[in-house]
Design a protein around this ligand. Structure first.
Ligand code: ADP
Ligand code: F6P
Length: 331
């Protein structure tokens, strides 16, 4: 193999740039040429790619977002789009591809490898932490840090006004950002999709706290909390606030959505190191002729695993952490 490509796809996440940096530098160290493909599968289909040098990735390790750009590209789901993508890779002589993205991007990678024979390695880049085979995805740690830091700021005004605030966080159908964030900022309650929409538990906690003389509460809600599985990003905080007000009409309550802030700002050191280690391993896999692998991490060991096998796994819910969040926040 002489030439490889790298793309970032789907929702961006901190650590994607660290991975791109390592893919480029490690590829060059292995004597491989490396092409950066812009805007994920969109760029692959449009042939929007350029050869990268060591200098191309200078100073990007810490930066949020992705220097390659990202996109959601419906055309990649069609055989016509896939054929165009493969044609562009073949025309450039690119034999191996590193795909950095979430489960959707991995579905695209799987098509390229299983149906068209492109050598593909996936790196889990998403703040959601919703992939079963890996303990952490790139960007999760940074998103949790943003939740914890911002909610800590929010406490100042909420506490001096004896106010409750419902804070909506991202994660799609996965409650990890909500639970880790809630623990890190000492939230009084947390609602996650894995356990359904238990508004009664939240009202009970607020009432109990009020009886003990505490009137300011932080309620973290994951955007995917509806037990019917509907995702209403950006509106759950308002709905929860309305449901609380129905039951406790005299409560002083506000709602806010942290939104895309969670995908912004510098990557934490943990995400930088993880991105670099994952990027390096992805290149080593390709250099050894391995294909259809995804990179993951468990207990601080970065590993590669068969893509189909990894993606067939079901994520298990960490009940212990949820219980910890609840027990620590009881007043
Ligand atoms: P993420 O990778 O963050 O989960 P998406 O689910 O939006 O984000 O997927 C990113 C992109 O991956 C999609 O816009 C599309 O281009 C590609 N993709 C997703 N699912 C498939 C699929 N089944 N087949 C081919 N490409 C897919
Ligand atoms: O998958 C990452 C993620 O940030 C989710 O947590 C969120 O639901 C979604 O992407 C937001 O997508 P967009 O940037 O397209 O609004």
């Amino acid at each position: 193999m002489k030439k490889i490509g790298v793309l970032t796809s789907g929702g961006d996440s901190q650590g994607m740039n660290s991975a791109v940096y390592a893919v480029v530098r490690s590829a060059l160290a292995c004597g491989l040429e490396v092409y950066g493909i812009r805007y994920g599968y969109r760029g692959l289909i449009d042939g929007d790619m350029e050869k990268l040098s060591a200098k191309s990735v200078e100073g990007i390790v810490h930066r949020g977002g992705t220097v390659l750009g990202t996109a959601r590209c419906l055309e990649m789901k069609t055989p016509e789009g896939q054929r165009k993508a493969v044609e562009n890779l073949r025309q450039k002589g690119i034999e191996g591809l590193v795909v950095i993205g979430g489960d959707g991007s991995f579905a695209g990678a799987k098509v390229l490898s299983t149906q068209y024979g492109i050598k593909v390695i996936g790196i889990p880049g998403t703040i959601d932490n919703d992939l079963a085979y890996t303990q952490y995805t790139l960007g999760f740690d940074s998103a949790v840090a943003t939740v914890a830091n911002n909610v800590t700021l929010l406490r100042d005004t909420m506490s001096c006004n004896d106010r409750t605030c419902v804070v909506e966080v991202m994660g799609r159908d996965c409650g990890d950002i909500a639970i880790y964030g809630a623990i890190a900022c000492g939230a009084e309650a947390v609602l996650v999709p894995e356990l359904g929409y238990d508004i009664d538990a939240v009202v009970k906690r607020i009432t109990h706290n009020a009886q003990k003389g505490k009137f300011d509460n932080i309620i973290i809600v994951a955007e995917g909390i509806r037990s019917d599985g509907t995702l209403d990003k950006g509106h759950e905080a308002d709905k929860v606030m309305a449901d609380i007000l129905k039951r406790l009409p005299d409560i002083n309550v506000r709602a806010m959505v942290l939104g895309h802030l969670q995908r912004s700002g510098d990557a934490t050191v943990t995400d930088r190191l993880l991105g670099i280690r994952m990027g390096d391993l992805a290149v080593k896999c390709l250099a050894e002729g391995k294909t259809d692998r995804v990179i993951g991490v468990k207990n601080n060991v970065v590993f590669d695993e068969d893509m189909v096998e990894a993606l067939s796994q079901q994520k298990t819910f960490d009940r212990t952490l949820y219980d910890l969040a609840n027990s620590l926040s009881a007043y």
